[in-house]
Ligand binder design. Structure first.
Ligand SMILES: Nc1ncnc2c1ncn2[C@@H]1O[C@H](COP(=O)(O)OS(=O)(=O)O)[C@@H](OP(=O)(O)O)[C@H]1O
Ligand SMILES: [Mg+2]
Ligand SMILES: [Mg+2]
Ligand SMILES: [Mg+2]
Length: 338
């Protein structure tokens, strides 16, 4: 099967990173720093980026990586670096059978170098990985939804997408039951989920909701990340009566891809913000392999080949193939009134 090795490595790397993130959440000893753009980053973001890039470099040494974080804060603060190094070592040592495939990290210097290997500028030629070590950092901090997201792109097309969601219920019909799910998709091979605790993956697909009246839509928690007011007008026009499900991170893509909801609306709040490729690459493939479509607000495909951002696109609309065009028509109608 095409990309079997890449999928295996990506799943093992994401699984190891999810253990690290869960350990930080469980410890209640998180350290948060505010970045230059005022967004938060935690020890878990750094640790997850280090473990995942180290795994990629151990297995596919020539592949470039577009990763969200850099190591500047760790290089200038010994205590922070030591804390992240300790988390990385614990995550590596607590795995069983991973190291023979994805290797390990041997020094804290190697950890810093791994984090900084995520500095690729992107582009539309050849292989590259897109990594969001913790997507929905605000969700992670508030013990809500967050996701560890890794994608392989070839000539700017996503061919492998893996998303780990430690706080998402394994069985959506049993929200109080076990949590921790890993989603994966390979281009042309379908979309799957399995419990983080299990080796058995099952296929997932969109709901067969035919009419937007019966649909559920999801959106960001933060009103600064998508335009809640415009989104509620779009929902009204589509006769959606159920309240929106607000959820942090690419868990939104995962939820609709397995039929918990039907539509993901992400209308821009600012004219200047450019969506980042690591916030959408994995979810894009998961949705298309599960029977859905992702475009920008104008119905254009997302272009992952123009750098670290989606600078050629505005907003994101994801829905099943059955509903997508209806949603785009409603978006057009509402946004042309503004
Ligand atoms: N202004 C603005 N507009 C749109 N998106 C933005 C904006 N600012 C930040 N971000 C990115 O939002 C990522 C989290 O998206 P979510 O959908 O999870 O948002 S939310 O956490 O539910 O609010 C978040 O990803 P992480 O940094 O990985 O958490 C950011 O990349
Ligand atoms: Mg993100
Ligand atoms: Mg992030
Ligand atoms: Mg961030």
């Amino acid at each position: 099967m095409a990309y079997a090795a890449e999928r295996k490595v990506a799943e093992l790397a994401v699984q190891r990173a999810c253990r690290l993130a869960v350990a930080v959440a469980d410890s209640n000893k998180n350290s948060t720093i505010t970045k230059d753009d005022s967004s938060p980053v935690t020890v878990a973001d750094f640790g997850c980026q280090a473990t995942i890039i180290a795994a990629i470099k151990n297995c596919f040494s020539e592949d470039p990586v577009v990763g969200e974080e850099d190591s500047d804060a760790l290089r200038s603060k010994d205590s922070l670096r030591e804390r992240v190094w300790s988390l990385v070592q614990d995550a590596v040592n607590s795995g069983s059978g991973e190291t023979e495939t994805i290797g390990e990290l041997t020094t804290s210097e190697a950890m810093l170098d791994a984090i900084d290997a995520g500095n690729y500028e992107g582009g539309n030629k050849g292989r590259m990985w897109a990594l969001d070590p913790i997507d929905g950092t605000k969700g992670f901090i508030r013990h809500g939804q967050y996701a560890v997201c890794l994608a392989l792109l070839v000539d700017s097309e996503v061919v492998v997408g893996v998303i780990g969601c430690p706080n998402l219920p394994v069985d959506p019909s049993n929200p109080e039951g076990e949590t921790g799910v890993i989603f994966s998709a390979v281009k042309g091979q379908g979309a799957f989920q399995r419990a983080l605790s299990s080796d058995v993956a099952t296929p997932i697909s969109f709901s067969d909701v035919q009419s937007t009246e019966d649909a559920v839509f999801c959106e960001s928690v933060e009103s600064g990340h998508s335009a809640h007011g415009t989104q509620s007008k779009i929902a009204e026009l589509l006769n959606i009566s159920k309240p929106s499900v607000r959820m942090d991170s690419q868990a939104k893509y995962c939820s609709i891809a397995r039929g918990d909801g039907d539509i993901y609306l992400r209308l821009p709040v600012s004219d200047t913000y450019q969506e980042k490729i690591w916030d959408h690459a994995s979810g894009n493939l998961l949705v298309s392999e599960a029977g859905g479509k992702v475009t920008d607000m104008f119905g254009n495909d997302l272009n992952f080949g123009v750098g670290r951002t989606l600078k050629n696109n505005k907003g994101v609309i994801a829905a099943s193939n059955l509903l997508h065009q209806k949603v785009i028509d409603a978006v057009k109608q509402i946004t042309s009134q503004n």
